[in-house]
Structure formats: structure tokens, C-alpha cells
Design a protein around this ligand. Structure first.
Ligand SMILES: [Zn+2]
Ligand SMILES: [Zn+2]
Length: 487
């Protein structure tokens, strides 16, 4: 037994007026106590938090933690302003690595480079001549390889330099699958550390190749207790049998109904601006019908990436006719472009949109990237946090890290300051999508995600309330124990 004391607690959508204390036993909150604690509790060990502010432990319900951890130790190209700077960063990375190591580079947004293009393979070769290099676009939906890497992969269609769709997936998974177990576990350790630093006590993470393999799933499942934060695992695969054999209770993640707005592969009902393209539905209705009903039959919670309205509708239509959706809490990952009618259809299917406030932060607004691709009118019906909640739909928050930064305060802030005033969440709603609603998504709404008696003692503790300038992360508590302290 122990007491976490002298904390303002986030209870019923606001902080307690005075600092309080929590009596914790075996990781569970037993009792709310005042501060200072009454006489009869004084013999119990107390940890004093000096009037800090405690939220329920934040949960990010959509990350790619393997890539995030792996690439965080590679070359980050997000700050590069032109091709020259990209090549310099790659050269520096090349100098750091030994002979047989793969070089990973990420966060390339060619639209932000002076030249407005990807580097050419020949240019990459000048920076990294003799090791395999995998360079990924910021959204993960395209990549480019140097010649050394292109030669290593058998059966790659090398007619194009920039790899998209199936070729992108193939190349990425080829190099991920070359890695030894210790490198894979280390990538998750790095992401667990980054997750704690970012304010999270738990990350939902996608594992597997998003095709037929659940690569690394068993390895991580068997090592879950080695990580300082909690990982909730999604075997990303269409292989229901493998998923069941591995004992998973869900299937999918970023298995793709469509692509991304950036790569113009998100499936939309009206064409992209200045284009005749409507994006791509990667699978037929029949495919999803068969896959989702089969998975549901085995009580697997299903999660599918769908960004454009055509893709969201395609998946939601299947969810609608599967009576198990409500019970199994099937997920619409991203769920970005939704008109009012589609929101009503989602309310009927009872699916759970797993959404990313950072998408609006980075690409929303009248002058934003989405408006450039889709026009202002359509960009105004994207990432509709407030409208979805208003329709009675349970939305949960994620980052899609590595695609956007992993940072609880930033994500919550982005939801509160949505470009579209109509879609802004109140602070309490924004906190809910990263706590209560997230616990619900994992069927733990009765024991997790709130600071309440009988609930797990997970806390994200800040110096001041989120949204105030001086607010700084101080501690992450899991099951009553400090797992992270800011130095
Ligand atoms: Zn996705
Ligand atoms: Zn994703």
C-alpha cells in the first residue's frame, strides 16, 4: 500500500479545488483522501508530488511504434529545406553506420523542399553508395531506395524510382524483416521511452506487414513486461488463423482500405482538385465483407485504415450489417473525410473512429495542404471531432506516430484548437479521447482511464494544467509506480 499525495486530480472534467491524495494498493486506486492525509493513514508510505496536476494516464490509440522507435535512431528529414540538405543528412547518417547496417531515413515531405520533388536514386547513391538506404515519405505511403537497396530486393518492380502502393509496402517490409530480434526489441524500447517522455502511459501499436504476416507480434507479446509503458498490440494482417493462433483479440490496424491524401490515393467520392483521380479502393466490397465477418465470427475486434469518404463508407457499410460491431467495437482508423450523412451512418454502425488531431494541426485550415488537394469546402468536413462526438459516436485519439509527432499535450491542444471552429473539442472532451474513450476501446472502461476508486492508478502528471504555457510533464505513473520522471 502507498499514498500518492499532494496532487490536483482531474475528476469529472475538472481539477479538484484543493490538492488531494490517492491510496493505492496493488496498482489500484482504493480511496481518494484529502491532503494532508488524516491521522490514521500517516503510517503508510507517502509520495509527495508538490501540488502538481494529475490526469488519468494518457493513452495513444494509434501508433506505429516499431517504425517510430527504429527510425528515431535514423535520419530525420523533417527539417530539410532542399535536396542538398537531405543528402547532407544522409551522408552524416552513412558515416555513423557500420558496413552491413541498413540506413533508415524518414519524415521526408517533398512538398516542403525548394525543388518540390523527391531526391533521385542517383542523388541518393552519391550520399549512400555502399549500404542499403530506405527513405520514407512523411505519410509512409511512398518511399525511395538507393541503388544498393534496389539491388538487394528480389522481384522489385524497378521501373519507377518512387515506390507507392504495393511496391512501397514490399520494399519497407523487406527491410524490416531483415532485422534481428534484439534490434526489433530495442526499437520498441526506444519508442516506450519516447512514449513516456511524450506524456503517455500506454500506446496502441500496429505490428505486422499489413498483408499476411504478423511479423514480430509474438516476439513483442512475449516481452510485454519488459517495457516501461503498456503496449496494446494490433496484429496487422489479413491472416485470421495466424492472429487467432497468436491469441490476439483484435486484427488489423493500418490494413488499408485506401491510401493517403498526400499520395492522392485516399478514396474520395469527388475527384482531387485539378485531377480526375478519385483515389484508390485497395480491396473490393466482397473482400471486406468476407474478411470482417469472418474475423467477427471469431470475436476479433477489427481495425481498418480509411481516410477518404469512399473508403470510410466501404468499411462502415460492412460494419453496419455485422451485428457484432457494437459488441466488438470495430475501428475506423483515421476516419478523415466525413459528410453529415456519413456521420449518421457511423452512428448507426456503432463503429469507433480512431482519429488524429495532429492531422488537422499539420494539414488542415483554409491554406493547408488538405485545402490544396481537395478545396476549402471539402477540407472543412475533415477530422470532424466535435460532430462525431455530438452524434453519440465514441471517438478515440491517436497520433499515427511516426507519421505525426508523439506528444499527448500537443495532440490534446490540436483537438482544442482545430482549424475549423465547429470541430473544436472542449479541453474535457479532448482529454476524454486520450483517456476514458481510449480505455473503452480496449474494453476496460470500468477499470481504467479515470481517476476513480477501483480504477488502475495510471497518471500523467504535469507541473501546471495543459494549455497553460508553463505546463511541463513531470511524471508518468503506471499501476501506482513512477515509470518516468522528467529530470
Ligand atoms: Zn493508416
Ligand atoms: Zn497508422
Amino acid at each position: 500500500m502507498k499514498i500518492l499525495s499532494n496532487l490536483y486530480l482531474w475528476v469529472n472534467d475538472k481539477f479538484t479545488a484543493e490538492p488531494q491524495s490517492l491510496l493505492v494498493e496493488k496498482g489500484i486506486i482504493i480511496e481518494h483522501l484529502p491532503y494532508p492525509v488524516p491521522e490514521q493513514y500517516k503510517h503508510i508510505y507517502q509520495q509527495d508530488f508538490n501540488r502538481a496536476y494529475a490526469y488519468p494516464g494518457f493513452i495513444d490509440t494509434h501508433t506505429h511504434s516499431f517504425e517510430g522507435g527504429l527510425y528515431s535512431s535514423g535520419a530525420d528529414l523533417s527539417k530539410a529545406q532542399n535536396i542538398d540538405e537531405v543528402l547532407q543528412l544522409l551522408s552524416a547518417e552513412n558515416a555513423k553506420k557500420s558496413k552491413n547496417e541498413i540506413i533508415f531515413a524518414w519524415q521526408l515531405d517533398e512538398t516542403l523542399l525548394q525543388e518540390k520533388r523527391f531526391p533521385a536514386v542517383q542523388e541518393l547513391d552519391s550520399a549512400v553508395p555502399d549500404k542499403p538506404l530506405l527513405l520514407r515519405r512523411i505519410d509512409g505511403h511512398s518511399c525511395i531506395l538507393n541503388s544498393f537497396a534496389r539491388k538487394q530486393i528480389k522481384d522489385l518492380d524497378t521501373s519507377r524510382e518512387i515506390l507507392r502502393g504495393a511496391e512501397n509496402d514490399y520494399a519497407v517490409h523487406y527491410f524490416h524483416n531483415c532485422l534481428a530480434d534484439d534490434i526489433i526489441l530495442e526499437a520498441y524500447q526506444v519508442s516506450a521511452k519516447l512514449g513516456l517522455q511524450a506524456g503517455f502511459s500506454c500506446l496502441h501499436t500496429m505490428i505486422g506487414d499489413a498483408h499476411n504476416s504478423i511479423t514480430h507480434y509474438e516476439l513483442i507479446r512475449d516481452n510485454l513486461d519488459k517495457f516501461p509503458l503498456r503496449f496494446i498490440l494490433y496484429p496487422q494482417s489479413y491472416n485470421i488463423k495466424a492472429v487467432l493462433n497468436a491469441g490476439a483479440k483484435r486484427i488489423g490496424g493500418c490494413i488499408l482500405a485506401d491510401g493517403s491524401i498526400g499520395s492522392e490515393t485516399a478514396a474520395i467520392s469527388e475527384p482531387y482538385l485539378n485531377s480526375t483521380s478519385h483515389g484508390i479502393l485497395y480491396q473490393s466490397n466482397e473482400f471486406w465483407q468476407k474478411f470482417i465477418s469472418e474475423a467477427s465470427k471469431h470475436n476479433l475486434q477489427v481495425a481498418v485504415h480509411c481516410i477518404g469518404d469512399r473508403a470510410i463508407r466501404q468499411i462502415n457499410n460492412v460494419y453496419k450489417i455485422i451485428s457484432a460491431t457494437e459488441e466488438l467495437r470495430h475501428e475506423l482508423i483515421h476516419c478523415e473525410l466525413t459528410d453529415d450523412e456519413l456521420i449518421q451512418e457511423i452512428a448507426i454502425s456503432k463503429a469507433a473512429p480512431v482519429m488524429q488531431p495532429n492531422f488537422d494541426l499539420l494539414w488542415g485550415g483554409e491554406n493547408g495542404f488538405y485545402a490544396k488537394k481537395l478545396g476549402i469546402k471539402r477540407s472543412s468536413i475533415m477530422n470532424r471531432f466535435a460532430s462525431l462526438l455530438k452524434a453519440g459516436i465514441t471517438v478515440t485519439g491517436g497520433s499515427d506516430w511516426y507519421v505525426t509527432p508523439l506528444n499527448a499535450a500537443q495532440s490534446i491542444n490540436a483537438a482544442v484548437h482545430h482549424h475549423n471552429l465547429q470541430e473544436r473539442l472542449t479541453l474535457a472532451q479532448a482529454i476524454d479521447i486520450y483517456t476514458k474513450n481510449a480505455a473503452w476501446l480496449n474494453f476496460e472502461e470500468d477499470t481504467w482511464g479515470q481517476i476513480k476508486n477501483g480504477f488502475q492508478a495510471d497518471l500523467s502528471i504535469y507541473s501546471f494544467p495543459l494549455g497553460t504555457e508553463t505546463s511541463q510533464l513531470l511524471y508518468i505513473i503506471r499501476e501506482g509506480e513512477i515509470k518516468y520522471a522528467t529530470k
